[in-house]
Design a protein around this ligand. Structure first.
Ligand code: BDP
Length: 637
């Protein structure tokens, strides 16, 4: 077995073995390249109505072995009911559903409110993991590839106000070498089963894990998108804005900015412009302040459409080895997280949302990374309101075949190749970057974009693959936030090929866990050496975006041996000692906030146990140490 320094040994045996066979997998390219026509999150306003379609839906698996979705043209067989939002895998006591590879169907009846006869109305799916199709009665009306960003269907011409229709959402969980994240489907040797393999270390939860909406906007003149880029000019705050409206819009655009008391603090007009707030109150980490940026379309003194976006005014900048928020150096404390809880899988849950942020506050975390995919938009809004800083990540995880090679001991296949991560994967990746930024561009909490987690940045082809993608991110963000990728332990400063393309260095390191296991003295020396190497090579700030040790809650050891709560505590202390010796380190995000589910394998017992909290959010011993350190660091003690 190859010895890999600081490499995470994941719980899968990846395509060591062979590249995935090309999938006979129909994709409607045109459909999945389309951006949302109405980008704004559905919301009740004086001119828009919203009907939640969350609740219990009928559910069925597609016939076995199908490679393409059979359009569903009738009622689903009676029997299974499923909650939306939730991943479907752990809901039923049925291994076939848990392990299913392919399409599933969600179905329910929907009535368009009869008062909507003069409106336009749409179905919006916040996420269908990883591919979704919307059917109205028997008709396919929309399709989307990419499991963590929203899509929509305008159904105005298909169903009249007051009418009932059958809504079916088909969802496919298959991952191929050309999807983001990538994977491959293996046909088992003896029984010929189709099994989903993937390189990433979290369970491939699938289904409708976020909300589904039916909502209305005015029929002809409506707001499609708002971009609000903030700046500061002395004591004043600036909102440089662009409003996009429907083609038929003839009305005037009127902007009103309200403070938290509802007082008008700025006004502007026109589709582009700058709203100026004299004596601005800044959005600060730990002290959020949000203005309502209200956009009206006004025609002959009547408000035709109105929508408001919460805007936090703050600046973000990398300067030398510092990360500045509002021109003050910022030090990140916190975690890489997951959307993960028992039974729901990745299902969005408001109780977990609020409780997780309570725990972040309790422990002194001022930030987290949306490892390894965009989270529900409600999470971003909550972070905006509560002053938590976010590193916002795409679902590009598992783009390194070397990890599987390391585990299996065989020679890994090259990652970037026609049979592996290729031009089609890159197109899907570019799309994932654009959709993330299109959705999250106005969130004050988001201070940078992470376009990939642990790709094979040391391999041939990495630069050709990533240079255009870094540019996609830069072009997509009107606010020009810093762009990063998260570096894999194997891609040390000696062999990495892409770091110069990015604004900061984000390192995931596991000295003392995957290498130097149990030997913190040796691990400390290795970490020190690695950090010095990066510092010498680049004049950029460094964030440790992952470091952690699997820890079995309740396991104790006087020797602080691996897996014990004592080991996790001493392990984290060791990393902190090293960080404190280096001014280049401007952030620490422990892996992980909580234990989470992964594929079962010989390296994982009921999932990944690197959580500082258990899966049901109970603190392990290290939580108390972190709390003491972080609260002091962020100045709340
Ligand atoms: C890193 C990955 C993360 C894993 C972690 C681990 O970024 O997703 O869960 O290692 O091995 O490689 O625990």
């Amino acid at each position: 077995m190859k010895v890999l320094i600081g490499l995470s040994l994941l719980s899968f045996v990846a395509p060591s073995l062979a590249f995935p066979a090309a999938q006979n997998y129909a994709r409607n390219d045109a459909a999945h390249q389309h951006p949302l026509h109405i980008q704004l999150k559905p919301k009740n306003t004086a001119t828009r109505e919203l009907v939640s379609l969350d609740g219990l839906w009928d559910f069925a698996l597609a016939q076995e072995g199908n490679d393409t979705a059979t359009p569903w043209t009738s009622r689903l067989p009676k029997g299974l009911e499923i909650p939306v939002p939730a991943s479907y895998n752990d809901i039923f006591i049925d291994r076939k559903i848990h392990d299913h590879v392919g399409w599933v169907y969600y179905q329910r009846e929907v009535i368009v409110p009869r008062g909507w006869s003069d409106e336009r109305y749409l179905i919006r799916i916040e996420a269908a993991t990883h591919e979704g199709r919307i059917y109205v009665n028997d008709e396919l009306v929309a399709e989307h590839v990419g499991g963590y960003t929203p899509f929509e269907a305008d159904i105005t011409s298909l169903v009249s106000a007051g009418e009932k229709f059958r809504l079916t959402i088909a969802v496919n969980n298959e991952l191929t070498h050309e999807t983001i994240p990538p994977g491959n489907i293996e046909i088992t040797e003896f029984t010929g089963k189709r099994v989903q393999r993937y390189q990433h270390d979290f369970y491939n939860y699938a289904g409708l894990a976020r909300s589904v909406w039916l909502y209305s906007v005015p029929r002809e003149q409506y707001i499609r998108d708002v971009v609000a880029v903030t700046g500061v000019d002395g004591a004043a705050g600036l909102i440089n804005y662009t409003v996009t409206t429907s083609e038929g819009t003839t009305g005037d655009i009127r902007i009103t900015v309200l403070d938290e008391d509802g007082t008008t603090v700025a006004e502007a007009s026109g589709a582009h412009g700058i709203a100026r707030i004299n004596s601005v109150k800044l959005w600060q980490p730990g002290a959020a302040y949000l203005y309502q940026f209200v956009v009206d379309i006004v025609d002959s003194d009547t408000v035709i459409d109105t929508y408001s976006v919460a805007v936090g005014i703050r600046t973000v900048k990398v300067s030398g080895r510092q990360f500045l928020i509002n021109d003050k150096p910022f030090y990140f404390t916190g975690f890489g997280k997951h959307e993960d809880s028992a039974i729901r899988g990745k299902g969005h849950d408001q109780a977990y949302l609020v409780h997780d942020f309570q725990l972040l506050d309790w422990i002194g975390a001022n930030s987290f990374r949306t490892s390894h995919y965009p989270y529900a938009e409600e999470v971003m809004e909550f972070a905006d309101r509560h002053g938590i800083v976010v590193i916002d990540e795409t679902p590009a995880v598992g783009l390194a075949y070397s990890i599987g090679g390391g585990v299996s001991g065989g020679d890994p296949p090259p990652t970037f190749s026609p049979e592996g991560i290729n031009n089609n994967t890159r197109r899907a990746h570019a799309q994932a970057i654009r959709e993330l930024i299109a959705r999250d561009k106005n969130h004050a909490s988001v201070v940078m974009w992470s376009i990939a987690n642990e790709p094979a940045s040391n391999e041939e082809g990495a630069r050709e693959y990533f240079a255009p993608l870094a540019q996609v991110a830069r072009d997509a963000d009107p606010a020009h936030r810093p762009v990063v990728f998260v570096n894999l332990g194997l891609a040390t400063y000696k062999v990495d090929r892409i770091t110069d393309l990015f604004d900061l260095i984000c390192l995931n390191r596991y000295f003392g866990w995957y290498s130097e296991t149990g030997d913190l003295e040796e691990a400390e020396a290795a970490l020190e050496e690695e950090l010095k190497g990066w510092e010498k090579k680049f004049e950029k700030p460094i964030i440790f975006t992952e470091y952690g040790a699997d820890t079995m809650a309740g396991l104790h050891s006087v020797f602080a041996l691996p897996w014990s709560e004592e080991y996790q505590t001493e392990f984290l202390d060791m990393y902190h000692r090293v960080f404190d010796r280096h001014d280049s380190v401007i952030g620490e995000q422990v892996w992980n906030f909580a234990d989470f589910q992964t594929n079962m394998g010989i390296n994982r017992v009921d999932g990944n146990k690197k959580g500082v909290f258990t899966r049901d959010r109970k603190p392990k011993a290290s939580a108390h140490n972190l709390r003491a350190r972080w609260r002091k660091l962020i100045g709340v003690e």
